[in-house]
Design a protein around this ligand. Structure first.
Ligand code: SF4
Length: 277
């Protein structure tokens, strides 16, 4: 059996940075809290909690003088306003690429565009983008263009969640263009996502089976898995290194890739266990 570990694997730049910021905050301050999960990986979040960062279910109940970490996916403006009003210290671990999407959305709005965000309606990043502008609309797929066409204006500025696929985004933009007199599209899919999406196509086409490793909550892992499955029916979504390696014995070659918040050690452990076969 041949094992191919993806070149683009391990934490992306934004996840690495967020973990470093959280770890440093845990050393520097006493009362450190985080709203939600720093990144979408259970193991990483547990490690952060072990380092002393506590999970805040409700910001309003945080004690005075707390330090609050903003997760990699970002937050709506109202979260910052609440924290400032409470005079708490903000430790911002939002990925700079997500911050850049917020900025672009605000610029579009200032220029009079109705902002359309292509992404998962219930994802933290998409909610954060929406919460950084006055008015916007989220569309998940091209079928939703018909559903929401009554809400669309003639001048539309489109951007997307950083982990979207170009395929979904392009299909949606083409359909939206039929409803608007003016449409400006800014491709905000981040570079780490693009590289992994390209590589998953290669691995799925050349390997007998593909393992996509990452949390079920991870949007980019989900899309990698969907992309792999389209090309290769022997594609599997694996959430941790605890695999039954014998079930993969029949494959002559296996490609392994992880989501942006999957530690490279997990991928290497899986590769090692398969190699031992
Ligand atoms: S996937 Fe992209 S946007 Fe998300 S944290 Fe990583 S680099 Fe930032």
């Amino acid at each position: 059996m041949k094992i191919y570990l993806a070149k683009n694997c391990g934490f992306c730049f934004g996840v690495k940075r967020a973990i470093k910021i959280a770890e440093e905050a845990a050393v520097k301050y006493k009362n450190v809290y985080i709203k939600g999960e720093l990144v979408h990986n259970e193991g990483v979040c547990q490690d952060i909690e072990k380092s002393g960062v506590r999970r805040a279910d409700s910001l309003e109940k945080l004690p005075a003088h707390s330090n609050v970490i903003i997760k990699a996916h970002g937050e709506p403006l109202k979260t910052y306003k609440t924290l400032c009003a409470m005079d708490l210290n903000i430790v911002d671990a939002t990925c700079p690429m997500v911050k850049d999407i917020h900025k672009k959305a605000q610029e579009l709005e200032k220029k009079g565009y109705q902002v359309v965000i292509i992404g998962d309606r219930n994802h933290e990043e998409t909610k954060g983008i929406l919460g950084n502008i006055k008015n916007g609309i989220i569309l998940e797929n091209k079928a939703e263009v018909d559903k929401f066409k009554g809400n669309l204006k003639n001048k539309i500025g489109v951007l997307c969640q950083s982990t979207q696929t170009l395929e979904n985004v392009t299909a949606l933009v083409h359909k939206l263009a039929k409803h608007a007199e003016e449409l400006l599209f800014i491709n905000t899919i981040c570079n780490p996502t693009r590289l992994r999406q390209k590589e998953i196509e290669e691995l799925s086409s050349t390997c007998a089976a593909v393992l996509v490793v990452g949390s079920k909550k991870s949007a980019n892992t989900k899309r990698l898995y969907e992309a792999a499955k389209k090309i290769n029916k022997n594609s599997f979504w694996i959430i941790s290194e605890k695999i039954n390696e014998n079930s993969f014995r029949k494959f002559k070659s296996i490609g392994i890739i992880g989501g942006a918040s999957t530690p490279v050690e997990v991928l290497k452990t899986i590769a090692g266990r398969l190699n031992d076969l």
